[in-house]
Write a protein that binds this ligand. Structure first.
Ligand SMILES: N[C@@H](CCC(=O)N[C@@H](CS)C(=O)NCC(=O)O)C(=O)O
Length: 211
């Protein structure tokens, strides 16, 4: 009997997007192998699997996929485990909407501007740009407001169970909240802060967090 193909995640230990994939694999109960690639120090190596020299890339047997939104969907649909996408049109649209907001409006100011320059680079002993951090904080405000407006009655964006929206967004918000100024801004959005606390308490979140 042939064994099922392995899953290998090509990612960077500090990458927030790689964390979203690890979190989803873990929630789904899928085992994976890790292949460390630092896209900042090794862009040529990253470019072997990703035309834009980024991580993550998921390889499952002979199938490879990049772009986190596609990877998360694939993980949910290709493996057994709890369903991470609602089937009804409205909650499904809401899930996609939150994922799109995460990519288009949250990642850059929250992670690459605030978290990188206020937390990550100083922790690494590297030079950081305070102006970038300030600008990231300011650009994050309307994103937090939009996300606060999309939180629903349940503990998760999609209601009572976590979906890909929660798993895609949580690492970004967790990174943002690592900066004291980010945590303070988040504290003013009560439902969003409660949502992040719910996510942070999940065993998969604790098991996969990079710090
Ligand atoms: N659109 C990509 C974004 C991935 C991304 O930006 N990854 C970061 C690490 S979290 C990266 O590889 N950055 C390298 C670079 O920007 O040069 C996705 O959804 O997977």
């Amino acid at each position: 009997m042939t064994s099922p193909p392995r899953v290998t995640l090509h990612g960077y230990q500090h990458s927030i997007y790689s964390w979203a994939v690890r979190l989803t694999l873990s929630e789904k109960g899928v085992d994976w192998d890790w292949a460390e690639v630092d896209p900042f120090l090794e862009p040529e190596r990253a470019a072997r699997r990703h035309p834009f020299a980024k991580v993550p890339v998921l390889v499952h047997g002979s199938f490879a996929v990049y772009e986190t939104v596609a990877i998360l969907q694939y993980v949910d649909e290709a493996f057994e485990g709890p369903a991470l996408q609602p089937s009804a049109p409205q909650p499904r649209a809401r899930m996609r909407q939150v994922q799109a907001i995460a990519d288009a409006y949250a990642y850059w100011p929250m992670v690459r501007m605030l978290y990188s320059h206020r937390v990550f680079l100083p922790r690494q002993g590297e030079e950081a740009d305070r102006a970038e951090a300030r600008e990231g904080l300011s650009r994050a405000r309307p994103v937090l407001d939009a996300l606060e407006g999309l939180t629903g009655e349940g503990p998760y964006f999609g209601g009572q169970a976590p979906s890909l929206a929660d798993l895609h967004l949580a690492p970004m918000l967790a990174a943002f909240a690592e900066a004291p100024e980010g945590g303070a801004l988040l504290a003013g959005r009560r439902r969003l802060r409660a949502w992040l606390e719910t996510m942070q308490a999940r065993p998969a979140f604790r098991a996969t967090r990079p710090w």
